[in-house]
Design a binder for this molecule. Structure first.
Ligand code: MN
Length: 228
């Protein structure tokens, strides 16, 4: 069938160590899933459960690299996160069945225009401008579960210009990866190609043009971006 506008290229992320790609269908993100980060954002993790929001799928930046400092902000923040790539989906997925839905894992950065997010919170408005802007989801190549196993306890860290800013453990997540998958699937049907950003540990902060951000998770590769 003829298309009335050019068909956009489908976004994808490379699979570690192969020439294969993982096509990206949707991007979900969990907020405040590490207690120490919830506290640094002024929230009480014992009184509030995590929640999720989305980013458009074409904001993914496979392998990281150069990222243009986005417009309309003077407070762009990094958030290093474990990213889960789904091979299977469904609705109302049970926690025990969730690991079987996972294709693999990657390192991602949930780039956030923190000043716009603060305004949205204040006015009770959606977070789209704070979270869903161009190039806001750099992701490393995906490592298949067959190679790395299921990740539950490793270190997650991030440096800016060589200085460590974030370091935590995946074991600090309030909701485990299977719980995150089960929770989201209670609201929407998950499907192959979905990426889930699973939250960030404490230490988030601003970056500016010229900054070089490196991050990693035990068992996965590293991801690097440069703000230009
Ligand atoms: Mn985040």
């Amino acid at each position: 069938m003829e298309s009335v506008v050019p068909i956009p290229a489908p976004p994808s992320v490379p699979v570690h160590g192969t020439s294969a790609v993982f096509p990206v269908r949707r991007i979900y993100c969990i907020g405040r899933n590490y207690a120490d980060h919830a506290r640094e954002m002024g929230m009480d993790p014992t009184r509030e459960t995590p929640f999720f929001f989305g980013k458009p799928h074409d904001v993914v930046v496979p392998r990281g690299g150069e990222i243009a400092y986005p417009p309309a902000t003077s407070n762009l923040h990094y958030e290093v996160e474990l990213v889960v790539a789904l091979a299977k989906g469904g609705r109302d997925i049970a926690v025990v069945d969730a690991p079987g839905c996972i294709y693999g894992y990657a390192v991602g950065i949930d780039l956030t225009r923190r000043d716009l997010q603060a305004k949205s919170k204040e006015k009770g408005q959606p977070w789209d401008t704070a979270k869903g802007f161009d190039q806001s989801a750099p992701v490393s190549p995906i490592t298949p579960v067959a190679l790395c196993g299921h990740l539950e306890t490793g270190s997650i860290w991030l440096t800016v210009n060589g200085i460590e800013k974030q370091r935590g453990s995946l074991s600090q997540m309030i909701w485990s990866v299977p719980e995150v998958i089960a929770h989201i699937s209670g609201f929407v049907a998950l499907a192959p190609g979905d990426l889930i950003f699973t939250g960030t540990p404490a230490g988030v902060g601003p970056i500016v043009a010229g900054d070089r951000v490196r991050c990693g998770i035990d068992g996965l590769g590293e991801l690097e971006i440069q703000l230009v």
